[in-house]
Design a protein around this ligand. Structure first.
Ligand SMILES: Nc1ncnc2c1ncn2[C@@H]1O[C@H](COP(=O)(O)OP(=O)(O)OP(=O)(O)O)[C@@H](O)[C@H]1O
Length: 246
């Protein structure tokens, strides 16, 4: 059973059809890339999955169960975490406190049940510190996010998503604004993640090197889906990118 299934989703903004009967299936533990030229509908698809945008028709299923009245605040209990392009870190809270926000899933779901009351906060902090350490930013724990360069702020946002131990991590353009070295580090990091990842990304090299499967959108429609090799060899994909570049 797919972890996430987007089934025949159509999204309209006034007279513009941003997504037209789009279907995508994400399998547990895989990295699934969503690519396509500018305006193809990638962000719209991301926003549908995250509950920011309501489709005109079609459905979303998580572990085979159809979501009704899906909202962003439902994501955590569905086992889904996300990072956004505009990192969304709280400027006046420390890096550690920003990551603790992501640990709420455990607190509210009672995963830490035996710890509640005594030492719960300490346990959550330890977990958040471990997430920061795994991303190499623990030394910044007590700093404000604004004191960090952009690449490190992105890591903090990722730590906040990872600390919830989601089954599915949604990343919107994680490589945007990163240097080539940072992009390579990101590839290694994503490869090492245990959970399924959906990646909306412009950098073709990154998508090709890190994804198990890729779905290509163009003008709101799926024009190809398959392995990186299959997508790379697909003439419709080449045409869409060439057309967009000309
Ligand atoms: N809130 C909105 N209101 C009106 N039109 C929108 C809205 N959001 C997106 N669109 C339009 O829907 C289409 C798909 O946009 P979307 O941002 O999903 O594409 P994208 O593939 O993410 O593009 P990019 O790579 O440029 O970020 C575009 O034509 C865009 O102008």
């Amino acid at each position: 059973m797919s972890l996430l299934e987007v089934r025949d989703v159509t999204v309209r903004f006034g007279g513009l059809t941003a997504l037209s009967e789009v279907s995508v299936a994400v399998e547990p533990g895989t990295v699934h890339g969503i690519i396509g030229p500018n305006g193809a509908g990638k962000t719209t698809l991301f926003n549908v999955v995250c509950g920011f945008t309501r489709p005109a028709s079609g459905s979303l299923l998580v572990r085979g169960v159809e979501l009704r009245d899906h909202r962003p605040h439902h994501l955590a209990r569905l086992g889904i975490a996300r990072t956004l392009q505009g990192l969304g870190l709280f400027a006046h809270s420390s890096v550690l406190d920003n990551v603790l926000v992501g640990a709420d899933r455990h607190a509210s779901m009672g995963v830490w049940g035996s710890l509640i009351g005594r030492g719960e906060e300490a346990a959550l902090r330890a977990r958040a510190m471990a997430a920061l350490e795994s991303l190499g930013v623990a030394e910044w724990a007590s700093a404000l996010p604004g004191a960090l360069p952009y690449g490190l702020r992105k890591r903090v946002a990722l730590a906040r998503a990872l600390v919830a131990e989601p089954d599915l991590l949604m990343l919107d353009e994680p490589a945007a604004g990163l240097s080539e070295v940072e992009r390579e580090e990101l590839v290694a990091l994503i490869r090492g993640l245990p959970m399924a990842v959906v990646l909306v990304e412009h950098h073709m090299d990154l998508v090709m090197s890190v994804c198990d499967r890729i779905t290509v959108l163009n003008f709101g429609r799926v024009i190809a889906t398959g392995s990186p090799e299959a997508v790379r060899a697909d003439p419709d994909v080449a045409e869409a990118y060439l057309g967009a570049a000309s």
